[in-house]
Design a protein around this ligand. Structure first.
Ligand code: NAP
Ligand code: MN
Length: 280
């Protein structure tokens, strides 16, 4: 049955002409539905909190920026793709897809894809802690001029003394992004795993590192402790297209956070079709 309750919608858009055109089309398609479009008199974070539904218009990069800008809101999100790939987006920016949405939404003809958010604690030598979040991945490395060394633990067990450029920890949805370029595996969403992928691992008589990805249960905790020269060098963390640099790092702990993102999918959403259409 059609649900007619008024819903507040917040529309996040990147600034391209194509996105602005898609935004106008989308707002036009909502005219005869019970949507109240929220405008930017508040901060993005407040708008996302206030809304019943969020639309995000852009590519995957825009989606990642949106999630960080709005502090990883848990409200249902509908993505409209105006970027290159559009893994996170369910709608293309054409009239057919856009006009179909509000009817499907009010008829409850959709499912939610729940996406876990990664959490990284950077623990400094003085014991102070800093936390960052990411959807796709966390890539931890030293300056690229020398080998970076980490002791790698999964839960409480040391699994290797890594030497190379760095280590990338990917979520399921991030498996098709940077992880994939590094030779990591594509992971079907919903399996409940993290993937640890080495970046240029050294394999010599002096240093031995795993050179394939390791896939572990999503409740695992990965701890990277700085070792050898790395203990005195800055640590670079690259995540979802952002980068932060930290000095005096003792160790870094990466795990699934308690935050979840809810993406709207039409009922016939099929990951394998999306993968085929986007990646090859
Ligand atoms: P960008 O440099 O503009 O784009 C990187 C590309 O990755 C874009 O085509 C983007 O799609 C795509 N992408 C993002 N998330 C994806 C996902 N989950 N699955 C498949 N493809 C995905 O940077 P950006 O748009 O801000 O995206 C940030 C991401 O870039 C990072 O999270 C990292 O995964 C990726 N990255 C990749 C490499 C590499 O492959 N060597 C190096 C650094 C960063 P859209 O075109 O739709 O935005
Ligand atoms: Mn991009």
């Amino acid at each position: 049955m059609q649900d007619t309750k008024l819903r507040k919608i917040y529309i996040y858009t990147n600034g391209t002409d194509m996105s602005i055109e898609a935004r106008n089309k989308f707002i036009n398609s909502l005219k005869n539905s019970n949507f109240d479009v929220l405008y930017n008199e508040k901060s993005r974070k407040e708008l996302a909190l206030d809304a019943d539904l969020i639309a995000c218009i852009g590519g995957d990069g825009t989606f990642l920026h949106f999630a960080h800008d709005c502090d990883f809101p848990s409200k249902p999100i509908i993505g409209i793709n105006t970027g290159h790939l559009g893994f996170f987006q369910e709608l293309n920016a054409n009239n057919r897809d856009i006009e179909r949405f509000s009817k499907a939404y009010f008829n409850n003809e959709y499912i939610l894809q729940v996406i876990p958010v990664l959490e990284t604690d950077i623990v400094f030598k003085n014991g102070i802690k800093e936390r960052i979040y990411a959807i796709n991945e966390m890539m931890v490395r030293g300056p690229l001029t020398n080998l970076t060394h980490f002791e790698v633990k999964i839960n409480d067990t040391v699994i290797q003394n890594f030497s190379g450029d760095g280590i990338l920890v990917s979520s399921e949805v991030g498996s098709t992004a940077y992880n994939y370029s590094l030779g990591g595996s594509i992971v079907a969403p919903g399996l409940g795993v993290l993937q640890l992928t080495p970046v240029a691992p050294a394999s010599t008589n002096a240093y031995r590192s795993y050179h394939s990805s390791i896939i572990l249960p999503i409740d695992g905790v990965i701890r990277l402790t700085t070792a050898r020269r790395t203990a005195d060098e800055p640590i670079y963390i690259t995540y979802d297209g952002f980068e932060s640099i930290f000095d005096d790092v003792s160790y870094i702990e990466i795990k699934k956070s308690s935050r979840l993102i809810n993406l709207i999918r039409f009922k016939e959403y099929d990951y394998w079709t999306k993968l085929r259409d986007k990646l090859i």
